[in-house]
Write a protein of this length. Structure first.
Length: 285
């Protein structure tokens, strides 16, 4: 893969992630109720074997989640999340030397996974839970801030915005970046996720992707996740197990519009699509 002339290195615990070209983040849900793979990897050994497959296919990051944030999902306690996530993070770090991201909004979990060796925090609530900003700031880890209106339990109940969706998302993320900086979380540790499928209609999602490059004005790396999501099902009429081709098209479009990390379930095919897209953009391989 062709790299740009100025590598952008993101310190992630004991790892350093080169974001001068797009990277793939593999999804590892250790929950019983995630929308496409709930219950498949919530045993420690099953999670470890699946992570091995994702890394072998080319994932640069393994994103571990212990609380489902699908539309309609109910929250879980911090202790439930800790019990699900921490043993898996410890095993991934110790046995696979993986760069592990943890998808969490809980300050207790943030502190615990930082101690367990995680290299990144990924929060769908953009550090808005009480204590989350302080926990993230003291962790020393990079943090991905995501746009979401409301909570997973109600976010898809007729989502509405007074502004154009790209303006609403950009303004929200700019506000959260400012809050992070005020709390001592430096900009160099921040990534942004526009939150496809979170409090957005299909039309919102399509418009936002078409204008994703407008978020680049915020000057921070973009992480996107559209793999297997309902926007694909609604456009193409496909059930969740038949959404890979649509997801690959979305991944390629996201990279063309500036995404630097693409969060996916199917790492191998996504990496091929992203690498091919990048070769065209850079006119080289």
């Amino acid at each position: 893969m062709m790299e740009s002339a100025s590598p952008a290195w993101l310190p992630c615990g004991r790892h350093r992630l080169d974001l001068s070209f797009p990277r793939v983040m593999g999804v590892l849900n250790v929950t019983p109720d995630s929308f496409s793979d709930g219950g498949r990897h919530n045993a420690r050994d099953d999670a470890l074997r699946h992570a091995e497959r994702l890394l072998a296919e080319g994932a640069a990051i393994i994103d571990v989640g212990g609380e489902s944030t699908r539309p309609g999902a109910a929250p879980v306690s911090a202790q439930q999340e800790l019990d699900r996530v921490v043993p898996v993070v410890e095993a991934l770090v110790r046995e696979l030397d993986a760069l592990v991201s943890v998808d969490t909004s809980s300050p207790e979990v943030m502190r615990a996974v930082a101690q367990a060796g995680a290299g990144m925090l990924n929060d769908v609530r953009s550090l808005r839970r009480e204590g989350a900003l302080a926990a993230a700031a003291t962790s020393g880890l990079p943090v991905c801030l995501m746009h979401m209106q409301g909570e997973p339990a109600d976010m898809q109940e007729a989502p509405y915005y007074d502004d154009l969706i790209e303006t609403a998302v950009s303004d929200f993320l700019a506000t959260r970046v400012a809050a992070c900086e005020a709390a001592g979380l430096r900009r160099e540790r921040l990534l942004l996720d526009p939150g496809f499928g979170f409090a957005k209609t299909v039309e919102h999602n399509l418009r936002l992707l078409n204008r994703l490059d407008q978020l680049e004005r915020l000057g921070l790396p973009l992480l996107v996740g559209m793999s297997r999501k309902s926007m694909i099902g609604k456009v193409l009429g496909r059930p969740v197990e038949e959404r890979l081709p649509g997801g690959l098209a979305l991944a390629a479009l996201a990279v063309e519009r500036g995404a630097r990390i693409v969060r996916v379930h199917d790492v191998g095919p996504a990496l091929d699509a992203i690498n091919m897209t990048w070769a065209v953009l850079k006119e080289g391989c």
